[in-house]
Ligand binder design. Structure first.
Ligand code: FES
Length: 154
């Protein structure tokens, strides 16, 4: 398939970014097809992130939710979980056995972006989501904590 899509792939540079399993699969394909791997590049998010440059509440109700436990309905997964106000939605989902798309877990890459259908979150991202996306109720699961009961499209 790689040869069909890009017959000249041996003359190209390859740049990959995404979950570790995806990058491993992409790394394997050209390596076994005779590609010069010094032209294969990967972006990794396994470093210590600086403090969040921007904290965004969606929407900010001004209420404090510390110590409270909320229900989170994941509509695509057809699961409803509990998540306390100090835990990210991604961590709660992972703990419950859900496997949702994610990569950096730092609010940078946008892989975990989804739509908040009901409720509000405290989202402290590192640039992985745009203001116009936030305005359309998009959130990053890896850096969003519930402020009330939620319905999430994930
Ligand atoms: S996993 Fe990268 S922004 Fe959430």
């Amino acid at each position: 398939m790689l040869r069909q899509i890009a017959p000249d792939f041996r003359q190209r540079e390859i740049f990959t970014c995404g979950p570790a399993g995806y990058m491993a699969a992409v790394r394997h394909m050209p390596a076994t097809a005779g590609f010069a791997m010094d032209r294969h590049h990967e972006e990794s998010f396994t470093f210590d992130a600086p403090p969040a440059a921007e904290a965004v509440a969606v929407p900010d109700t001004g209420d404090t939710a510390e110590g409270r436990v909320f229900t989170v309905e994941f509509t695509r997964s057809r699961r409803t979980l509990t998540c306390d106000a100090d835990t990210t939605l991604l961590a709660a989902a992972t703990r419950a056995g859900l496997s949702l798309p994610a990569s950096c877990a730092q609010g940078m890459c946008g892989t975990c972006r989804t739509t908040l259908l009901a409720g509000s979150v405290d989202m402290r991202h590192n640039g992985g989501i745009r203001p116009r996306e936030i305005a359309r109720n998009k959130i990053l699961l890896c850096c969003s904590r519930p402020r009330e009961n939620l319905v999430v499209e994930a």
